[in-house]
Design a protein around this ligand. Structure first.
Ligand code: SAM
Ligand code: SF4
Length: 322
């Protein structure tokens, strides 16, 4: 069992398989050109899998593959199959922008994947293009439809930004509802890579908009999920992720692994340790020791949930996978 320095049980590993992305979302990526980590610095799927096995053997029960854009990595279905075959009953999911999903959804399903989160910030082509800085909407929607068609469970992630897509909170809910998908609204998390002066909607503002049309009540969170959950009268559920809330970190159960092998204890803290040497030598004991050390140093709270509301993370979401 994995327990951190504050007595929290850690069961959830998020694995970023690449920092590269085919979008440039305003809230995630720098506007100016920047250089990617050279490909040879990325861990291979075999190396990532060695660490994942260590994690599973020590008590990880939930794994999310993310990025950057994870579908940019060739052979992702084979990687999913490796993990899925190692332990049945594992809660295994992917977070993707959906752009390349139409082509690969059936292979992912066949590899054993059961569910996906797909980011969808707008249902208007020009707004989606403004946020992603690329014409994306139609292709993402085809990806969503294909995922549903092959039987994958889909949740929609949406980051409502003031003056950009804030008028679409209800449209997104109703689009998702009509297709049997839940929505997670994510409060914008301030970070130094995002476009200047972006302002995210707060959880209360999102709820106010939904309350104008629907009655809903708060229901208990799924175990250790960061999303507050709400249920409409007809049973439809949506969630809001609010990392600024003071109790956001209380039962945090997660750690993050980057594509370069950095093990990160908290999204908004810079401390991290590398597992690269250990996995490249096939050193299972060494990888396990790094894991234990990172857990010992996992902070109690992220910086956004401190009383200082102006905290900004220097860590890029496209590196850590959000
Ligand atoms: N590229 C994939 C995608 O967009 O779904 C996976 C990686 S992305 C970093 C994971 C999630 O983080 C997405 O749902 C995205 O909307 C969210 N995200 C990225 N930057 C964020 C920020 N600054 N604040 C809140 N959510 C953010
Ligand atoms: Fe790429 Fe996802 Fe970041 Fe958008 S949120 S730039 S799709 S990694």
């Amino acid at each position: 069992m994995l327990i951190d320095g504050h007595g929290r049980k850690v069961t959830y590993l998020r694995v970023s398989v690449t920092e590269r992305c085919n979008f440039r979302c305003q809230y995630c990526m720098p506007e100016k050109p920047f250089s990617w980590v050279p490909r040879e610095n990325l861990l291979s799927f075999e190396e990532l899998f060695l660490f994942i096995k260590v994690g599973i053997d020590e008590g990880i029960t939930k794994i999310r593959i993310t990025g950057g854009e994870p579908l940019l990595r060739k052979d992702l279905p084979s990687f999913i199959k490796m993990i899925n075959d190692y332990k049945s009953g594992l809660d295994l999911a992917i977070t993707t922008n959906g752009f390349l999903l139409e082509e690969v959804a059936a292979d992912l399903k066949e590899a054993g994947l059961k569910r996906l989160n797909i980011s969808l910030d707008s249902l208007k082509e020009e707004v989606a293009a403004k946020i992603a800085q690329k014409d994306v909407l139609k292709k993402v929607q085809r990806g969503i439809d294909k995922a549903l068609e092959v039987g994958l469970g889909v949740k929609i992630n949406n980051v409502p930004l003031k003056g950009i897509n804030d008028v679409e909170v209800l449209d997104i809910l109703e689009y998702a509802k009509s297709k049997g998908m839940s929505v997670r609204y994510i409060e914008y998390m301030e970070n130094s890579h995002a476009k200047d002066k972006l302002q995210g909607m707060k959880a209360e503002e999102i709820k106010e908009i939904i309350a104008k049309k629907y009655n809903f009540k708060e229901i208990p969170r799924e175990s250790s999920s960061p999303a507050a959950l709400f249920e409409l009268e007809d049973g439809y559920r949506f969630g809001i992720i609010d990392p600024h809330k003071h109790d956001f970190c209380e039962d945090c159960n997660r750690i993050r692994l980057t594509a370069e092998g950095m093990l990160i204890p908290c999204l908004c803290f810079e401390e991290a340790m590398s597992i690269k040497d250990a996995v490249q030598k096939g050193d299972i004991k060494g990888a396990s020791e790094v894991l234990k050390e990172v857990l010992k140093n996992k902070p109690e709270k992220n910086k956004w949930s401190n009383d200082n509301q102006n905290e900004t993370s220097n860590r890029a979401f496209y590196e850590t996978g959000g």
